[in-house]
Design a protein around this ligand. Structure first.
Ligand code: COA
Length: 322
């Protein structure tokens, strides 16, 4: 099933937290055999932000959560559930969501984390919407937060230049007639490709360090994502041309260009911000969502499609009517 059935769920507010510290492509030239032009031409990235010393993934998540609650004009006590998507937690347990719940004093909310690679933001929203439309929850805080600073291999020039730190959040609530409405969602997986992008101990000797088969990831996404988007649109009873705006996972501008060309989507129908942030993994669609809302890229009644892809390999999409 792709279509949500039951009550309606809307986005009540969005927020982000981007750490202050900026690392430019030229900063990598000081310790790696690389260049600003190579990185920019191959990825579209110019700079990325990294957490300050002592700033944890849960701190980024908390700051984004506060911003989203302020935007929604809601107090933490109104939340029934807090879901945090991350691949770079402070600790495997307790969950990042429990740390956020405790700091917010969200005394009525349960909490759990979602671990789903760069599809984590879409997976967390899908889970939250499912809870709202089924009647399980009324108000859910969804956060996606990443602190890659501790997870990249600073000697691997093909991976460390890609990722950045940041967090995005949104509050999802029950919706009335004429308000926002999540229509459909889909996540697909091909676990036979799990070794394309991983941080497994046996691969690297270090449980944290990212190992990636960059060309395999690039090819897999360029070939499979267009078909996935077309199928998702068909199952959602919409054509790609009738989607007003696309919230894309920000991994590489060349991937977005190639996927858009294959599906026939104009690049004007999306927002690209990986030039400033790099790949913030699960957080990237949440950051792009907040920016798109605040910049007025979407207006009431627009159909907005979220698209993500990542380790697994997984592909994910959501359709939302603003
Ligand atoms: N600076 C300079 N040269 C670099 C480099 C860097 N930062 N990183 C790799 N290279 C070199 C390689 O060592 C290789 O050199 P060689 O030909 O002497 O062996 C050459 O560039 C080409 O490497 P290749 O891996 O074929 O480059 P590419 O065009 O595929 O670009 C990526 C590499 C990682 C940018 C690209 O594969 C990519 O973006 N893949 C998708 C990754 C992704 O999006 N992951 C997240 C998914 S959620």
């Amino acid at each position: 099933m792709t279509i949500f059935n039951g009550r309606k769920a809307k986005i009540s507010g969005t927020g982000v937290y981007i750490p202050e510290k900026i690392m430019k492509n030229t900063d990598f030239e000081k310790f790696l055999d690389t260049s600003d032009s190579w990185i920019y031409e191959r990825t579209g990235i110019k700079e990325r932000h990294f957490a300050a010393d002592g700033e944890r993934c849960s701190d980024l998540a908390y700051n984004a959560a506060v911003a989203a609650l302020n935007d929604a004009k809601m107090s933490p006590e109104t939340l029934d559930m807090i879901i945090v998507a991350t691949n770079t937690p402070d600790s495997t347990f307790p969950s990042m969501s429990c740390k956020v719940q405790g700091r917010l004093r969200a005394v009525n909310a349960g909490a759990f984390d979602v671990l789903a690679g760069c599809v984590g933001g879409v997976a967390a929203i899908q889970t939250a919407v499912s809870g709202v439309v089924s009647g399980l929850w009324n108000n859910v805080l969804v956060v996606a937060s990443e602190k890659f600073k501790d997870y990249v291999d600073w000697n691997d020039r093909s991976t460390c230049i890609l990722f950045g730190d940041g967090a995005g959040a949104c509050v999802l609530s029950t919706s009335n007639e004429g308000e926002g409405n999540f229509i459909s969602s889909k996540i697909s997986a091909d676990g036979t490709k799990h070794d394309f992008l991983s941080n497994e101990t046996e691969n690297s000797g270090d449980p944290h360090v990212i190992k990636m088969k960059g060309q395999d990831v690039f090819k897999y996404v360029s070939i499979n994502l267009p078909k996935f988007i077309e199928n998702f649109c068909e199952e959602s009873k919409i054509t790609p041309e009738n989607v007003d705006f696309w919230i894309m996972h920000q991994a590489n501008t060349r991937i977005i260009d190639s996927v858009f060309k294959r599906v026939g989507i104009s690049i004007d129908k999306t927002l690209l911000n990986l030039e400033q942030y790099g790949n913030t993994s699960a957080a990237s669609v949440m950051i792009a969502l907040d920016e798109s809302m605040k910049k007025g890229c979407v207006k009431q009644g627009d159909k907005v499609c979220f698209v993500a892809f990542g380790a697994g390999m997984t592909l994910g999409a959501l359709l939302y009517e603003v």
